[in-house]
Every structure is written in structure tokens, then in C-alpha cells.
Design a binder for this molecule. Structure first.
Ligand code: ADP
Ligand code: MG
Length: 701
């Protein structure tokens, strides 16, 4: 039976039921899976030498036999030094030393044949050559010469072990597969392959697993060998093609052609409480142009905290309403929905628009009435949470959906929403300043607008770090600000599992602050478990300045807007992520007054120190997001669930932005001018069959 991409791994020698099960548990079942399981590191073991010819200072591989071995020190607690003497046919002797190496005593027994790889040193005291902690592979007696050569005497690739299937076993198995596998079909368009001098798919896969002699190892470890480049490029290429096709299909859907009349302009003018910044004007124009276009808008509005996204969204709403359509504003939490409702309602009232709130905790009768009015088209602007997505919520004429903080919503929900109306325009707003390359991949089917300018008169927020034993200084600074008429937030971390705990901490601190530290100052408490009415009144009281200090869990992380608040105290700041801290800090510095952020920490590890330092030194949301990504990686940065991050095999968005942009360029050109209709159809089918699910593209063709 000829081997092909679909051949099950159990077909190969060495893959019995137990190995097969371990591989399958990691999604490795057929040939295609395993040849796309790439090494993460390479070692140059080509310098294979007899011991007698070794010189101190060189990196070398030695094949030798254990002559004697001993453990010095505390064997039982695995603290001892393991030392073995090796020899080979050249009669040379070299020592291998491993601290905490007692566990090796059972493996490296006299007579065992091993390959050692590492730096050759000279033990002056003993007058012998030595290697400290060499990479060690035990050679089995039944191994034939050819297999033995896979592990040494060449550039050797290192795989992440798959449960008990170690790098060595993977090397052998992948080698067997590649020997039997006929050349693969190359789906990358020939034109692109030639223009970029890319190796064929077959060559690229082979050379990524078994690099040809002479390939610079540093280049391999940077993932920039021609073979790796091609595979990375290819992954991005199909991803970008998929996104581009999706974007084009969306453009072809019948959308609404909003009219930008004189009346729209006047209403916007009446609505605006201040002069928009240049960035706000530019972004509004991008949105208005989209809305005037007959195809549906799919736009991401990105802007750092406090950059003024809300007013831009309100302007877009005016365009829709003046054209006789309804607008839905969606927020990720009740508090934020509430907040939007409170800040948008007076704006819209000025121009005679009715607004209505709809969240999960709205009273049943109230909900019923609002739903009825929405269905009848009597409410032009609905503001709420997921509740707006429920099946029984119908709009008479939904024309625009504004989604705040989309990364919390997830791709599927966005789609659900779009299904609600007759393809309404969609404006997604995010304050997470995602680096542009990443944004374009993550939201590749959206057009992007960026507000890159803060409203005038903003002063940088003074950010300081205190350990909790100096908390008194923080409270006296807070007191100082309150005496001059300002307000302050005090925030406690919420970690999902321990919301109760955070709530208790906030509760306790609220009591402590209101009774002991600030007995004659009005302090209020806000957390997610409060009944909606209490949340509302707490927000209200803080907003109009009746309470001076708001003690809160992270429910205020996004969106709250009280320009008179100038102090943000973050307790246990070490427990927050960088971006989250930046968001929290963004709750102050919203007016013309000098604002302060005090980061209070209890136990600080190195990563925590790094985060605090970044924040004290920088206010640039993009820089901070980039640091955050670097420190945590894309998976965690976005949360693994629902993030819509494509599952890439070899490409890495952080490491490979240059290849990503080359791939995007080619993908756009390909979709726009495919060599032929057949080529295009073939590409769509190929993406559907092979890449769609992995890339979370949802629907391409
Ligand atoms: P975010 O982008 O974080 O949602 P907001 O829309 O809440 O920011 O705006 C932050 C604050 O700045 C609000 O108090 C808002 O009224 C104010 N603001 C926004 N744009 C301007 C502007 N052009 N001139 C003056 N103040 C503005
Ligand atoms: Mg906002």
C-alpha cells in the first residue's frame, strides 16, 4: 500500500497501540499531522570526533561508552554530582558531569553506549577533558547504523516530546514517513513560488525536519531557513486568502446605503459637546464613507483608553437614526452597558432620540415593554448586554450595531448579531491597543480605524509604585486630592475563580476606609454581585460627585467615565496583567487636572516587577500591549477560549510579522487577480477543506 497524507501512523514500524494513543491524544493520527509537527530547535551535531582528537573550547559530538560512573554527595535527595568516564576506540577519555544528576546513575551504567553533545572543557585539577551537562542520548544496541545517524553527525532537530514519545522516537518515525512519502502536491500558486524563490512543499517539509548539511544553525533557530520561510509564508498566505475572500463576500452582501444629508451634519453638530480632535474627525469620515457605501460596514475602531471613542460611535448612530434605522449598542458587562446608557442618553436627548437599556437584570415587565417598542420601531437606540442578542429581541429596522470591547465577545456572537438584521453595519470598538499586525490577523475581516491622538489638555498620569507597608502615604495623597475637590477610585483584583474573595476584600477595605481612614468623607462600594439598582445608584452618586471615593472590584475596568476622578489606587497590583492595569489607569486623567495612579503591591516576583516598571515608565497603550504580548504570548493575551486566534503550526505572529505582511500582500493580489477562475475556485475549495476550521474562519465559501 503506498503511503500518502492520509496513512494512519499505526501503519509505521514502531507505532504500536500505546504510542498511537499518546500521539492521537495530541491530535497526531495520520501522516499529514506528523509531517506538520515541526521541531522547535536545532543543534549542530555535525562535528563528530574521536575523543583523542578533541580540543577544549570546541562544540562537538562524541560517541562513547561509559567506563565508570559514580555519584558524589547526597544521592537520595538527588542533590549529588553525577560523574561518568567515557571512552571510545581512539582510547581517549572524557568526563561527563551533571549536578543533581543522581537519576542518571541507573541509565548510564558501565558499558552503555551514548552520544554526547556539548562544549569540550579541560578539568585542570584532574588533567582530563570534560563536558558539563552535555546533551545525552543513549544508543540502543538494536539500532542500525542508518538510524543512529539520524541523531548525530549532522544538524539534529529537536521536537517537543509528545507524552512519552521523545524527540528521538519522533525523529526516527518522521524519517521513516518521509522516506516512504511520494512528493506532495504543491498548492501554493506557481507564480508566487517563483517570484519569491520558494522551495517546493516537499522540499520545505523535508528540510525543516532534516536540514541539509551546511544550513546555518542560527538561521534555523530563527526560523528563517528557506524551507521554514516557505512553510510560514504558506500558513499566513492561506489564512490571509481566507480572510480576504471573506471580506470580499461581506462587501458583496446587500447592505444599507446611508445618506449623509445636511440634516445629519446638523444633528451631529448639535450633539457634540466639544470640538472633535483631528483623529476623531478622520475616523468619523472613514466610518461615514463606509456607511454611505452600499455594502455593509465591518470596521474596528481602535483607540487607547480615554481617546474618545464614545463620541465617534454616537456620531455614527446619528447617521443611522437620521436615515430611519435603529441602533444597537452592545457592551460586555452590565456595568459598562449601564455606563454607556448614562453617558449616551443625555447626548441623544439633545437631538430628540429615545434610548432604552436592555440587560439580563432588567425587570421582566420593563424588558417586555422595551422589546415591544423595539419591534415597533419606537426606540431608535437600544443599549445593553448579551440580552440584546437573545432570540426574542427583534428590531423593526436595525441598521447599525456598535460593539464595545469586542475581544470579550468572540467571533460567533458577532455573527449572531449580524444575522439579526438585514446585514446591518457593524462598528467594533476596542480599547485594547492590539499591535497592528496582530489586529489585522485577528480581525482580518474588519477594516481598521485608529484614534491615535488624545483630546487636548490631557496631562500624563503620574504613576507611582508603593509596597503595601507604605499604604499610609497613598491614603494621604488621596486625602490631598479630595480636599481640592477631586475624587478617587480604589480597586481590588478580581480573578475569575475568586470573585467572592475579591468582593470580600473590597467589602473589608470599604469598611476600613469609610470608618477609620476617611471617616468624614463619603465612600461607596461597587462590585459585580450587587443588585443592579444598587450598582446604578453607586455609579450615579460617584458620577455626580456625591461620593468621593469609590471602592471597587475590577468591574470598572472598562468604560467608566468620570473626568473629576484624578486618583486611581490599585491594590495588589501584582495580580493584574499589564493591559488590565493600563485600562484601569485610563479611568483617571480624563479631564484637564493632573491625575495619579498608585500601584500598591504585596508580593512581587520578577515578572511582576517588570510589569510595574513598564507601567511606571510608559503611558503608550501600544507599547504596553506589545510588552504584554511578549510577556504572556498571544494565547494568554487574548484568552484561549473564544479569542478567534488561528491555530498556527509553524508561523508565529510575534516572531514573523515580516512574513505575515508579505503573505498578506500576495494573498490580496491573488484574490483580486487570480491567474484563472479555476485557480480561484480550487483555492477556495482547498481553504475550506484544509484551513477553515483551524483558522477559525467560520465561513469562507
Ligand atoms: P474611550 O475612548 O476610552 O471610550 P471616551 O469616549 O470615554 O474614551 O472619552 C474620554 C473622555 O474624553 C470623556 O470624558 C470624553 O467626554 C472626553 N473627550 C472625548 N473627546 C474629546 C474632545 N475632542 N475634546 C474634549 N474632550 C473629549
Ligand atoms: Mg469607552
Amino acid at each position: 500500500m503506498p503511503v500518502d497524507l492520509q496513512t494512519p501512523l499505526t501503519y509505521f514500524k514502531g507505532v504500536g497501540p500505546s504510542r498511537a494513543a499518546m500521539l492521537a491524544a495530541k491530535g497526531l493520527e495520520i501522516v499529514e499531522d506528523l509531517i506538520n509537527y515541526f521541531p522547535f530547535r536545532y543543534e549542530d551535531r555535525s562535528n563528530l570526533k574521536p575523543i583523542a582528537r578533541l580540543a577544549p573550547g570546541e562544540l562537538a559530538t562524541v560517541i562513547a561508552e561509559v567506563r565508570s560512573a559514580k555519584v558524589a554527595g547526597l544521592r537520595r535527595r538527588n542533590l549529588g554530582l553525577f560523574e561518568a568516564e567515557f571512552t571510545d576506540s581512539s582510547r581517549g577519555v572524557i568526563l561527563g558531569k551533571w549536578f543533581h544528576g543522581a537519576y542518571l546513575a541507573d541509565r548510564l551504567t558501565p558499558g552503555t553506549r551514548v552520544a554526547l553533545f556539548g562544549k569540550i572543557e579541560f578539568d585542570t585539577y584532574r588533567g582530563e577533558l570534560q563536558m558539563m551537562h552535555p546533551e545525552t542520548e543513549i544508543l540502543t544496541a538494536d539500532e542500525d547504523d542508518q538510524e543512529f545517524q539520524l541523531h548525530t553527525g549532522r544538524i539534529v532537530q529537536v521536537y517537543e516530546a509528545v507524552s512519552k514519545v521523545n524527540t528521538r522516537a519522533l525523529r526516527v518515525l518522521i524519517h521513516r514517513i518521509l522516506e516512504d512519502l511520494p512528493p506532495l502536491e504543491d498548492r501554493l500558486p506557481e507564480r508566487i513560488r517563483q517570484a519569491l524563490h520558494l522551495p517546493t512543499r516537499t522540499e520545505a517539509i523535508r528540510a525543516s525536519h532534516f536540514p541539509p548539511a551546511g544550513t546555518p544553525v542560527a538561521m534555523l533557530n530563527d526560523f528563517r531557513s528557506p524551507a521554514q520561510f516557505r512553510l510560514i509564508f504558506e500558513e499566513f498566505f492561506w489564512l490571509e486568502c481566507g480572510l480576504e475572500i471573506k471580506r470580499r463576500r461581506a462587501r458583496m452582501m446587500p447592505g444599507i446605503e446611508f445618506q449623509l444629508t445636511e440634516r445629519v451634519r446638523e444633528q451631529i453638530k448639535t450633539l457634540l459637546p466639544f470640538r472633535p480632535t483631528g483623529a476623531q474627525k478622520r475616523v468619523l469620515k472613514e466610518i461615514a464613507d463606509d456607511m454611505a457605501h452600499p455594502s455593509p460596514m465591518n470596521r474596528l475602531l481602535q483607540g487607547d483608553v480615554g481617546s474618545g471613542k464614545t463620541i465617534v460611535a454616537a456620531e455614527a448612530a446619528v447617521i443611522a437614526v437620521e436615515n430611519g434605522y435603529q441602533v444597537a449598542v452592545l457592551a460586555p458587562t452590565e456595568i459598562l452597558a449601564q455606563q454607556h446608557y448614562l453617558s449616551l442618553t443625555p447626548l441623544f436627548r439633545k437631538i430628540g432620540y429615545v434610548t432604552a437599556p436592555l440587560t439580563g437584570s432588567s425587570a421582566a415587565r420593563e424588558k417586555l415593554k422595551i422589546k415591544e417598542m423595539l419591534r415597533a420601531g419606537m426606540i431608535p437606540v437600544a443599549i445593553g448586554t448579551h440580552a440584546l442578542l437573545e432570540k426574542d429581541v427583534e428590531f423593526a429596522k436595525l441598521g447599525l450595531v456598535i460593539i464595545d470591547e469586542q475581544h470579550r465577545f468572540g467571533v460567533m456572537q458577532r455573527l449572531e448579531l449580524v444575522r439579526k438584521g438585514v446585514t446591518p453595519d457593524v462598528l467594533v470598538m476596542t480599547a485594547t491597543p492590539i499591535p497592528r499586525t496582530l489586529a489585522m490577523t485577528l480581525y482580518g475581516d474588519l477594516d481598521i480605524s485608529v484614534i491615535d491622538e488624545l483630546p487636548p489638555g490631557r496631562k500624563p498620569i503620574v504613576t507611582k509604585h508603593f509596597t503595601s507597608d507604605h499604604i499610609e502615604r497613598v491614603w494621604s495623597a488621596v486625602l490631598g486630592e479630595i480636599r481640592t475637590g477631586r475624587q478617587a477610585y480604589v480597586v481590588y483584583p478580581v480573578i475569575e475563580e475568586s470573585e467572592t474573595q475579591a468582593m470580600k476584600a473590597a467589602q473589608a477595605m470599604y469598611e476600613h476606609l469609610s470608618r477609620e481612614v476617611f471617616p468624614d468623607i463619603p465612600v461607596a462600594l461597587l462590585h459585580g454581585r450587587l443588585p443592579a439598582a444598587e450598582k446604578e445608584s453607586a455609579m450615579d452618586a460617584f458620577k455626580n460627585g456625591r461620593t468621593k471615593i469609590l471602592v471597587s472590584t475590577t468591574v470598572i475596568e472598562v468604560g467608566v467615565d468620570v473626568p473629576n476622578a484624578t486618583v486611581m489606587v490599585i491594590e495588589q497590583a501584582e495580580r493584574f496583567g499589564l493591559s488590565q492595569l493600563h485600562q484601569l489607569r485610563g479611568r483617571v486623567g480624563r479631564g484637564g487636572e493632573q491625575s495619579y495612579c498608585f500601584l500598591v503591591t504585596e508580593k512581587l516576583n520578577d515578572a511582576g516587577k517588570e510589569r510595574i516598571r513598564t507601567l511606571v515608565e510608559s503611558q503608550d497603550g501600544f507599547h504596553i500591549a506589545e510588552m504584554d504580548l511578549k510577556l504572556r504570548g498571544p494565547g494568554e493575551f487574548f484568552g484561549t477560549k473564544q479569542s478567534g486566534m488561528p491555530a498556527l503550526r509553524i508561523a508565529n505572529i510575534l516572531r514573523d510579522p515580516d512574513i505575515l505582511s508579505a503573505a498578506r500582500h500576495e494573498a490580496r493580489a491573488f484574490v483580486e487577480h487570480p491567474p484563472s477562475q479555476e485557480d480561484f475556485t480550487a483555492a477556495v475549495t482547498y481553504i475550506k477543506d484544509h484551513w477553515q476550521r483551524r483558522y477559525a474562519l467560520v465561513q469562507v465559501g
